[in-house]
Write a protein that binds this ligand. Structure first.
Ligand SMILES: [Zn+2]
Length: 429
């Protein structure tokens, strides 16, 4: 409503910013909390929250979310992958500011990871709707699926599909029962929703995502919110150590070529290397020892490496050092070593200008606006390749996530909503 148009309540005078008027932030946070509670009960199995992509539970979560989108004045639709969109009704064709996160969870997950970002987006879109005409963009809300990669072992598939980035090898990925991504998607019912065409790059103004921090830094700082400086680069490698098997009782120590001895030395080196490089984390998460019997010398060991750092140059250097050291260990121990890179995601910084806008609204709420790097991947890392991206982190209790103990307090949720609305309002003329 235009306050200068006369009529209405003239005593209200100039239209104040939405962040300062009429909005009962604690009540908004309570409503979001109630919705989180409801979504937290929609699970594929009893005992713990488990909502994999392309399942009945995911569809039910989409139905609830779609209803809330409608209540907020948005028009729900799905894309060809099965992502849910709440689109702003608009007469012209403005590009869209997308606010989103993911609806799928890891097995035995928490109720805030992903869902909170979507519900904050819906609440923000509803609050902003009266100013929609004045904004240079439409505010659309996105609920992706298969961000976690828990089913098809590859993360952010929904956001990649949304941008048309999936290749045939992605569609051929299989779950633990041998069902391909293509088959899972094809058998997933999205009847009842209109289908939207993919957004063109020009149709995307930018992307905003709110997400739980999944780490302890904000709690340590005593602050509800943080800005995401960027999402770290990731490299995944597979190393194989080939030695010689033999009887555990009969082959003397001096003549052994134990593949596990070499792999163990390598894993310790990796840990030490990451400890000495500020900002780096490195993990051996999988290790397979063959033949794997109590009385047999390990003949072959395959292990996975997950390496992360905010700077791609540093990531390259660390990866190179690992491969060098593996070869050196192999040579000394007479073990054949091979390695291959299985995945690489470049580091991606959030948009500097957008970060400054968000910093000023966060600063106004809590005095400070700390910047953190995200060690976890997010849909924002995909969207940010093509459009300005910014992320807001919310403090989570004890830094715990991917666990039923995951928790964000309602007052912190209220702060996040206020910051998001303030950020969008900063684009008003
Ligand atoms: Zn998440």
């Amino acid at each position: 409503m235009d306050p200068s148009a006369g009529g209405g309540n003239a005593s209200e005078g100039e239209e104040p910013p939405l962040t300062e008027k009429r909005i009962d932030w604690p009540a908004e946070a309570e409503r979001i909390e109630g919705r989180l509670e409801l979504l937290g009960g929609i699970s594929e199995s009893d005992g713990g929250l488990d909502r994999p992509p392309f399942t009945r539970s995911l569809r039910r979560a989409m139905e609830e979310t779609s209803r809330w989108m409608e209540e907020a004045g948005l028009l729900p639709a799905v894309d060809s992958f099965g992502n849910l969109l709440g689109r702003a009704p608009q007469e012209g064709r403005k590009p869209a500011l997308l606010i989103g996160s993911h609806l799928d969870t890891v097995p035995n997950g928490g109720r805030f990871d992903g869902a909170l970002g979507i519900l904050l987006g819906i609440a923000a879109a509803e609050i902003l709707l009266p100013r929609a005409r004045e904004l240079p963009f439409a505010v659309d809300v996105l609920a992706f699926q298969e961000e976690e990669g828990a089913r098809f072992r590859s993360g952010c598939l929904g956001s990649r599909a949304f941008l048309g980035l999936l290749e045939s090898r992605d569609w051929a990925l299989t779950d633990s029962r041998g069902l391909s991504l293509q088959e899972a998607r094809d058998s997933f019912a999205t009847d009842g929703w209109p289908r939207v065409e993919p957004y063109s790059r020009e149709g995307i103004f930018g992307y905003l995502e709110a997400h739980i921090e999944q780490g302890p830094q904000l709690e340590a700082l005593g602050l509800p919110l943080g800005l995401v400086a960027g999402i770290v680069g990731q490299e995944r490698l597979l190393f194989s150590f080939h030695g010689e098997g033999g009887h555990a009782g009969c082959v003397p120590m001096a003549s052994r070529r134990d593949a596990l001895g070499a792999a163990a030395e390598f894993a310790i080196f990796l840990e030490e290397m990451a400890r000495q490089q500020p900002g780096a984390v490195a993990t051996v998460g999988e290790l397979h020892c063959r033949p794997g019997a109590v009385n047999v010398i390990p003949k072959q060991v395959d292990l996975s490496v997950d390496l992360r750092h905010p700077k791609d140059e540093v990531l390259d250097r660390l990866s190179h050092r690992l491969q060098e050291r593996a070869r050196e260990i192999g040579k000394r121990r007479k073990i054949q070593v091979s390695s291959r890179r299985t995945d690489r995601l470049p580091a991606i910084g959030s948009d500097r200008g957008w970060r400054e806008r968000l910093a000023s609204t966060v600063g106004a709420i809590q005095g400070k606006a700390p910047q953190l790097w995200s060690g976890a991947g997010h849909d924002a890392g995909i969207l940010g390749r093509f459009a300005p991206m910014v992320m807001l982190f919310l403090r989570c209790r004890r830094g715990i996530s991917h666990d039923p103990a995951e928790f964000v307090s309602p007052p912190d949720i209220a702060c996040a909503l206020q910051a998001m609305v303030g950020f969008v309002e900063s684009f008003l003329p």
